[in-house]
Design a protein around this ligand. Structure first.
Ligand code: CTP
Ligand code: MG
Length: 236
């Protein structure tokens, strides 16, 4: 049973990617939407949540000073405990961050720096579900029909849409579980596109939490237009 009393809730924000699909001359996390960098918007959400005790940012080695000065110090984020150097893959970056959370951590959230529109309710729901079930991921039901392709781009099969979810972040874990899962993946040379899959391959059950379609990952150019619109809607 999860012991609520003495434990902290930490978040690792992965921001050490290159943003190659975005094709800007800078890391997309530092691109400004309505005058405020994507990463600053993302950190703000966790700074504002009363449920989060500490924030670990994972940044590219060459961008650590910039991140410190133009994001953390500029906005005076008080919960940011450390900016950690990232790795070659997202998984390695997250693992670097996980190793730096407080020894008092009970639940850790892992979040993409490129998802600035996460809402406070999703953060709360993910934390509570991780306490109850060990692992919880935020997502939304698929809207499009999804087909699996073969190597020659013919349809192999149509997957039943009613059982399909788009998985986002935050993903929340009891700390010991995700550390074990990351250690095992590193040992096995397994590289996943999210963190929950590392828990799944350990046989752990992952609870799905209904999130929001606004919680987009800013990935390609058209996402910038959508991001501008979302930030206007919420006047963020
Ligand atoms: N990320 C990271 N370390 C890496 C790769 C990715 O911390 N080595 C982070 C990104 O900064 C991003 C999140 O993981 O916030 C999700 O990854 P993605 O959207 O793929 O971002 P990038 O890897 O930067 O983009 P691309 O794949 O287009 O290069
Ligand atoms: Mg990537």
């Amino acid at each position: 049973m999860y012991d609520d009393e003495k434990k902290l809730v930490s978040v690792v924000i992965a921001a050490a990617g290159k943003g190659s699909r975005m094709g800007l001359d800078m890391n997309k996390q530092y691109h400004e939407i309505q005058g405020k960098a994507v990463l600053a918007r993302t950190i703000q959400k966790f700074e504002t949540s009363g449920l989060i005790h500490e924030i670990i940012i994972v940044a590219h080695e060459a961008e650590i000073e910039f991140c410190k000065k133009y994001i953390v110090e500029k906005y005076g984020f008080t919960k940011v405990k450390m900016i950690v150097v990232g790795g070659a893959t997202r998984q390695q970056s997250v693992y670097n961050g996980l190793r730096k959370v407080s020894p008092e951590c009970g639940v850790v959230l892992i979040h993409d720096g490129a998802r600035p529109f996460v809402d406070l309710l999703s953060i709360a729901d993910a934390i509570n579900a991780a306490k109850d079930y060990g692992v919880a991921v935020v997502g939304v039901p698929a809207k499009d029909t999804i087909k699996q392709a073969d190597r020659d781009d013919f349809v192999e099969k149509t997957v039943d849409r009613n059982s399909l979810w788009y998985i986002q972040t935050p993903q929340a874990f009891q700390y010991e579980l995700i550390m074990k899962a990351h250690r095992k993946a590193a040992e096995d040379g397994f590289d996943g596109t999210d963190d929950a899959v590392l828990a799944e391959r350990m046989g752990l059950k992952v609870k799905l939490i209904m999130g929001s379609y606004y919680n987009i990952k800013i990935t390609t150019r058209e996402d910038l237009i959508i991001a501008e619109a979302i930030s206007r809607i919420f006047a963020e």
